[in-house]
Design a protein around this ligand. Structure first.
Ligand SMILES: [Zn+2]
Length: 231
């Protein structure tokens, strides 16, 4: 085992975790804010719960749709790019090799070595070499829009469940504090976990997520208050 294997790089595993944490975060923040806003307007517990459930369903569906569109259009773009590249490789193999060599030269290789690297990589897999080093994508486009959509909807729902359960069981007169306190605490814990997984500072991660969540809830509480006074 070389010493390099002891280096624990985090970048490769932040992707899926980031998506899951973002879904749950959105679920907590948007549902908690909605519940707090409606509660601050002096609504009944039934009305608060209806608003919370409607917010959960709307949010989960909109997350799923957004993720589906974004992942599938990204995959379409990458596939189109790969097709263009494959045609170019077929039609202008020498120019393509020179182009790849130039990329390696710009990264610091000598012209001779750059040509050798381009030559060998293209013999191994020309499309893969160009996709990776020229376009910056992978040949194995394995984007799964449906899976991404389901993951977002599911993680959003899991996140939204906490404020909704609190709205269900907490006494009406202190409901805002229950929802606010536990949701901000959970956001901070999740922020810390995400920061830990990404190798970043725990406190920074917790504070960042907790702060924006608290701000969203405070703002909707103000909106609810305004409505209670004026309506
Ligand atoms: Zn190329």
């Amino acid at each position: 085992m070389s010493y390099l294997e002891h280096e624990d790089h985090k970048t490769h595993r932040v992707g899926w975790l980031r998506a899951a944490v973002m879904g749950a975060n959105d679920g907590i923040v948007s549902t908690a804010s909605l519940i707090i806003g409606v509660a601050a307007a002096g609504s009944s517990q039934d009305a608060i719960i209806v608003a919370g459930v409607a917010g959960l369903v709307a949010g989960a569906l909109s997350m799923a749709a957004g993720e589906y569109v974004s992942v599938s259009s990204q995959a379409d773009t990458e596939l189109a790019d790969l097709k263009i590249e494959a045609v170019a490789l077929e039609a202008y193999p020498e120019q393509e090799k020179a182009q790849l060599a130039e990329i390696y030269e710009n990264r610091g290789l000598t012209p001779e070595l750059a040509k050798m690297v381009a030559d060998q990589l293209m013999q191994h897999n020309a499309l893969d070499a160009h996709a990776r080093d020229e376009i910056g994508i992978s040949v194995n486009v394995n984007a799964q829009p449906l899976q991404a959509a389901l993951t977002s909807a599911l993680t959003f729902t899991v996140g939204a469940a906490l404020p909704l359960l609190l709205a269900w069981f907490a006494p009406l007169d202190t409901l805002i504090y229950w929802v606010g306190f536990f949701c901000i605490a959970l956001l901070a814990i999740m922020g810390a976990i995400a920061a830990y997984a990404g190798g970043a500072s725990l406190f920074k991660g917790a504070f960042r997520v907790g702060f924006w969540g608290a701000l969203a809830m405070a703002l909707t509480a103000v909106v609810g208050q305004v409505f209670e006074v004026t309506v």
